[in-house]
Design a protein around this ligand. Structure first.
Ligand SMILES: [Zn+2]
Length: 245
């Protein structure tokens, strides 16, 4: 039995609702969403010596909203991205009753687009945006319209003029307690935990997997991770290739 067959066998054997998926940026790369942390050749030209992490920190957002939104709309929004085989398979497994939750570090909303319902978004979503002053909600399309309408490119609430902030967890901001707690609960009650497309380097998200006490821990990632030695199965491949059977 090869690695993918082994994973498939564990999924097939899994009791209803006892599988949980935890995914990172690698789940969305096959949908054409680049990892914003990997600067390319154009990056230095455009953003100078400000690192991507600094760019999407709360301090930078508060100090330089025009530059923050330039980076944000340029590097973090992919309007036309579509779910890939991994997203679709996970939605199918939830529909079939096997998978109880998708926990994701991604902010692109592609799991929901694929049909997944119980999606725990640790880092928020670009699809939700709120006026920082009055709390009015804006979807992504509305954000793009507000950005177009603004001379400085900063989307502002038409009601009160407050800045419309993406519901995305910036560096220096804490994760949402309810989402973290729900993720801990899901992982605690899982028999099969599949972690995919993440280097497991970012805390506190990476620490969540310490709550797993089930039978099979599977890691799918192109590069080795610090947690590989705790896994029952490590598959070095693209997530969509592994799940898209
Ligand atoms: Zn407002």
């Amino acid at each position: 039995m090869n690695e993918i067959e082994q994973l498939r066998a564990w999924i097939n054997e899994c009791e209803p609702g006892r599988m949980v998926f935890f995914g990172g940026a690698g789940v969305s790369t096959e949908s054409g969403i680049p990892d914003f942390r990997s600067p390319d050749g154009l990056y230095a030209q455009k953003y100078g010596d400000v690192s991507p992490e600094e760019m999407i920190s709360r301090t930078y957002f508060d100090k330089h909203p025009e530059r923050f939104f330039d980076f944000y709309f340029d590097r973090m929004i992919a309007r036309d991205a579509q779910p890939n085989r991994a997203h679709l398979k996970l939605a199918e497994l939830e529909e079939a009753g096997t998978l109880s939750a998708v926990i994701t570090q991604n902010i692109d909303g592609l799991h929901q687009k694929a049909g997944s319902r119980n999606v725990l978004e640790l880092h928020g979503s670009v699809l939700r945006n709120y006026c920082m002053h009055c709390g009015r909600f804006f979807d992504l399309d509305e954000m793009l319209v507000l950005r177009e309408a603004a001379a400085d490119g900063v989307p502002r609430c038409p009601d009160c003029g407050g800045i419309a902030k993406p519901d995305v967890v910036l560096y220096e901001e804490g994760l949402d307690d309810c989402t973290v707690q729900a993720s801990v609960n899901a992982i605690r009650s899982a028999d099969l935990l599949v972690i995919a497309g993440t280097s497991l380097a970012v805390y506190p998200a990476a620490g969540l997997i310490d709550f797993f006490a089930g039978d099979h821990l599977v890691i799918i990632n192109l590069a080795p991770t610090p947690r590989d030695r705790y896994a029952d199965l490590c598959i070095s491949a693209k997530v969509g290739e592994v799940l898209g059977y």
